[in-house]
Write a protein that binds this ligand. Structure first.
Ligand code: DC
Length: 221
């Protein structure tokens, strides 16, 4: 029996990271960013130059890599084979290549196992964010949330985060729509809204309002 974390699933840019991190802080628990795991191993695969279409090669990249998620003042430091890769896993190159790792069933099996292990050992309550947490990783989670927002608003938020080299809003919208499509249509663990998840649409809500709604759900559970 897995412990029962609070899980937040949803598409890219809906604001999951911000609210999951802040909710964990408010509750005195631990924030678990499962996307960072897929990102870190994508970076490892790119650096090793392995064939991204070869499930055996990808599985080796994951099995032989050493990943640590270390809570720090800014949120979470991601360490891969002893190196701080917190910034390196957020580059467009990694984001563009992530669907290979995310679409590989063997890799997902390893990462799901690790996520369940982490939920047992990290200081509770664990607030985890991802795509398949309510559906596959923690089907018995005590609080399940599906956080959504329109493509346009998600692209605008992304634009505000990026520096002067940011692509145009239209380009960001296209990238986000493509990632949505890949996350929703992949054969293994696609992004879905499970029937027992509470849907929060953050299109017109700031992080504070979403946080209030989440806290209310946690108190009710
Ligand atoms: O949340 P994020 O944008 O950092 O996630 C990066 C990618 O990782 C996302 O496009 C899909 C994948 N992912 C996944 O397949 N399953 C998860 N639980 C978390 C992320």
């Amino acid at each position: 029996m897995h412990p029962s974390p609070i899980v937040i699933d949803g598409p890219a840019g809906a604001g999951k990271s911000t609210v999951a991190r802040r909710l964990a802080e408010r509750l005195g628990g631990t924030y678990l960013d499962t996307g960072a795991m897929y990102r870190a191993f994508t970076l490892r695969a790119l650096r090793q130059g392995v064939d991204l279409q070869d499930p055996r090669a990808l599985t080796r990249v994951v099995a032989e890599g050493e990943l640590q998620l270390v809570p720090d003042a800014g949120g979470l430091q991601v360490r891969l084979d002893g190196e701080d890769v917190t910034a390196a896993i957020r580059t467009p190159e990694v984001t563009r290549a992530i669907h290979f790792i995310a679409g590989c069933a063997e890799v997902r099996e390893l990462l799901v196992e690790e996520q369940r292990r982490l939920a047992e050992v990290l200081p509770p309550p664990v607030v985890a964010e991802g795509r398949d947490l309510g559906s596959i990783v923690f089907p018995a989670a005590r609080v399940k949330v599906y956080l959504d927002a329109s493509v346009e608003v998600r692209a605008r938020r992304r634009l505000a985060e990026l520096g002067p080299d940011a692509p145009s809003l239209e380009e960001l919208e296209r990238e986000i729509a493509l990632r949505d499509e890949r996350d929703r249509s992949r054969g293994v663990a696609p992004l879905v809204r499970v029937p027992d998840a509470t849907c929060i649409d953050s299109t017109a809500l700031g992080p504070e309002a979403v946080l209030e709604a989440l806290q209310h759900l946690v108190e009710q559970a």
